[in-house]
Design a binder for this molecule. Structure first.
Ligand code: ADP
Length: 468
């Protein structure tokens, strides 16, 4: 072979490589613009946007690939789980009927029904395969769409075969499939298949992102409506509740006067009056619980609207705790509630005294609610350095380590804690500790619970002591 012939061959070779590179670059460019368009469509939230986007991207991709490869036919298929069912994403080089036929032949057909196991094994090993559609095992298969020499390149993503890229040259001028494709063409086809993988992946990713965005919006919207509802409901309930309470108390007073005159009344009427007095007492007794629920809901909606504010001023923590303990003793009947505090001192803090009082009330009422009546509750106020610590200890059911984290979340109620009285269990919203947490955080304090399941719980919080 002459010197110039070798040179010519080398030139052809490097020209082909250059061409291949240019091809791939053009594809990458086209790919970028495809996905830009799809992203726009997805962002507009069109229904079926994702499948449409994928189909559009696949089709554009097939057309560009055919131009670049200068061949008779290009097909891009996704392979869907569980059995690698073919889904035509794009085809170029066929007329309408041929395309229709190809769709019918391949759609939802497992790849294994189309090619032999050896071919499939090759594709799984990320190798391109050359097929002569008129030789075994294809002799019996359907139309060859005018081109029998096929090059099939795998689309592998994260080790899984997710699609195939196929191309065909017109058979007339080649004696067999091996001579129909040069090594450069084969590696170019493989490169293109890899790019096609990106199309599928990009569109899938975009779809996932669009779905996540839509979900997030829906969640956000639901949460907002829910908060609005709570806020309106608790506001609207408060006024009639106050009126009802007023009327109830008035009725109670009148009934009490009547009851005092019971001996002047006929027996049956006196008994009726007694029953009415009892029902009224029952109704009035359940009022604080109702009021507490409404005020918890109101506070909750204030937090949601960022309108939960503390009015802080210098006050004495000893006084606040003492008052809370007094009140608890008043409502806790025969329950023993002890209180120990640092000897003879006041504990000055700068705080919203009412709100801090509510935190202690809440700890106390939970301790009362969840532990047996004959077990004492111990309240402690201690001072250590610049920190004051208030704790409420009970000998109730205790709280599992997992729930110790979760009980501070809004509306969370530990699944297995029974209250001592069923009636009160029904009116628990699971907001008490959430509000405690918010209040203490707004005072820059710490809060927490120490508990052993079966032995009881100690709820505590700390606040910084103010300069004297
Ligand atoms: P609520 O008492 O209204 O359900 P909280 O926010 O006050 O709501 O308490 C949340 C949950 O924490 C309760 O449902 C209960 O399961 C658990 N819990 C609170 N205090 C105690 C306690 N002292 N002992 C055992 N479990 C408690």
């Amino acid at each position: 072979m002459g010197h110039s012939a070798t040179k010519q061959r080398q030139q052809n070779h490097s020209q082909r490589i250059l061409q291949a590179f240019t091809c791939l670059l053009t594809m990458v460019d086209a790919l970028a613009s495809i996905t830009d368009q799809e992203e726009k469509a997805l962002r507009l939230g069109a229904e079926n946007a994702a499948p449409l986007a994928l189909a559009a991207a696949g089709q554009t991709f097939a057309e560009i690939a055919k131009q670049m490869l200068d061949c008779a036919y290009v097909g891009v298929f996704a392979l869907d789980p569980p059995d690698e069912r073919q889904r035509l994403l794009g085809v170029s080089g066929l007329n309408f009927e041929e395309r229709q036929k190809l769709f019918e032949d391949t759609n939802q057909t497992p790849l294994a029904q189309y090619v032999d196991t050896e071919t499939i094994a090759h594709l799984h090993a990320n190798k391109a395969v050359l097929l002569d559609l008129q030789k075994k095992p294809f002799v019996t298969t359907r139309s060859t769409h005018g081109a029998r020499y096929r090059l099939v390149a795998p689309m592998v993503h994260h080790g899984a075969l997710i699609g195939i890229f196929t191309m065909a040259k017109t058979d007339a001028i080649y004696p067999d499939v091996e001579s129909a494709y040069t090594p450069e063409e084969i590696s170019l086809a493989q490169g293109i298949a890899k790019l096609a993988t990106q199309v599928i992946e990009r569109v899938d990713l975009l779809r996932e992102r669009a779905e996540a965005r839509a979900n997030e919006q829906r969640l956000h919207e639901t949460a907002r409506r829910y908060d609005d509802f709570l806020s309106t409901a608790s506001h609207e309930l408060r006024t009639p509740l106050t009126t009802i309470k007023g009327h109830l108390q008035l009725a109670q007073r009148r009934a009490a006067i009547l009851e005092k005159r019971a001996e002047q009344l006929p027996q049956a009427l006196a008994e009726d009056v007694h029953r009415i007095v009892q029902s009224l007492e029952h109704a009035v007794r359940s009022f604080p619980r109702l009021e507490r629920m409404i005020s918890e809901l109101l506070d909750f909606s204030r937090i949601q609207a960022s309108k939960f504010v503390m009015i802080k001023y210098p006050c004495d923590l000893v006084e606040i705790v003492s008052r809370a303990v007094e009140e608890a003793r008043h409502t806790a009947g025969e329950r023993q509630i002890s209180f120990s505090l640092p000897a003879g001192k006041s504990v000055p803090i700068i705080a919203d005294a009412d709100r801090i009082g509510e935190v202690i009330d809440n700890y106390l009422s939970n301790a009362h609610k969840y532990s047996p009546l004959d077990h004492p509750i111990e309240v402690n106020l201690t001072v250590e350095g610049r920190l004051a610590c208030v704790s409420v200890r009970d000998h109730g059911p205790g709280i599992s380590p997992e729930d110790q984290m979760r009980i501070w979340e809004r509306f969370y109620r530990a699944p297995d804690t029974a209250t001592q009285d069923q009636c009160s269990a029904d009116s628990n919203l699971g907001l008490g500790l959430y509000l405690c947490k918010e209040i203490i955080e707004l005072h820059h304090g710490q809060y927490g619970v120490d508990s052993v399941k079966g032995e009881g719980s100690t709820f505590w919080f700390t606040l910084e002591i103010a300069e004297q």
